[in-house]
Design a binder for this molecule. Structure first.
Ligand SMILES: CC(C)(COP(=O)(O)OP(=O)(O)OC[C@H]1O[C@@H](n2cnc3c(N)ncnc32)[C@H](O)[C@@H]1OP(=O)(O)O)[C@@H](O)C(=O)NCCC(=O)NCCS
Length: 138
């Protein structure tokens, strides 16, 4: 796994499309990666994308292709991105996860994230989001 920038946008879009019903285009990903606080790590089978602002960061997405799940990649991606965020003085990380996404919620709990709120109807289809957070270092 390595840190990637906008040159990886097409690859990240292909990975994203294998993991989400509403895929992001390479162009959208490029724009997101151009943000000065963007941190993305990727391997052949997955990627994570954080956005940092001052001493906080948000996990914008985490994706591991179906054939590579339950081998620790998702957790390793989050750890790598959080370590990089910590190096630029981020002290707290937030994320939103769909209420029914048991896999992701279990992963985040395992990494020490705790629920700090809910957003009603946050996702398409009137799906609620759970807001989770934890302090760094992870
Ligand atoms: C969520 C996701 C990134 C997890 O990636 P992964 O590489 O399989 O996760 P890991 O192997 O690092 O799992 C770490 C721990 O998380 C928990 N976990 C992960 N997937 C789980 C599942 N399907 N059911 C229950 N617990 C799960 C387990 O505690 C696991 O440890 P274990 O395998 O030793 O039991 C992956 O399932 C995915 O891409 N899903 C679709 C996209 C998505 O929902 N992204 C998150 C958006 S917020």
């Amino acid at each position: 796994m390595k840190r990637v920038g906008r040159e990886a946008a097409a690859k990240l879009a292909a990975l994203h499309a294998q993991c989400f019903q509403r895929p992001w285009t390479a162009g959208e990903i490029e724009t997101m990666l151009d943000h000065p606080g963007a941190i993305a790590f990727a391997s052949e089978d997955g990627f994570v994308f954080l956005r940092c602002a001052a001493d906080e960061a948000e996990v914008l997405t985490l994706a591991v292709v179906p054939g590579a799940r339950r081998r620790g990649l998702g957790a390793a991606l989050i750890r790598a991105a959080c370590a990089e965020a910590e190096a630029v003085k981020v002290r707290r990380v937030f994320l939103e996860v769909a209420e029914h996404n048991q896999a992701a919620r279990a992963l985040y709990v395992r990494l020490g994230f705790a629920e700090v709120g809910r957003r009603t109807g946050y996702y398409a289809g009137d799906v609620n989001a759970v807001v989770m957070s934890r302090d760094l270092p992870l």
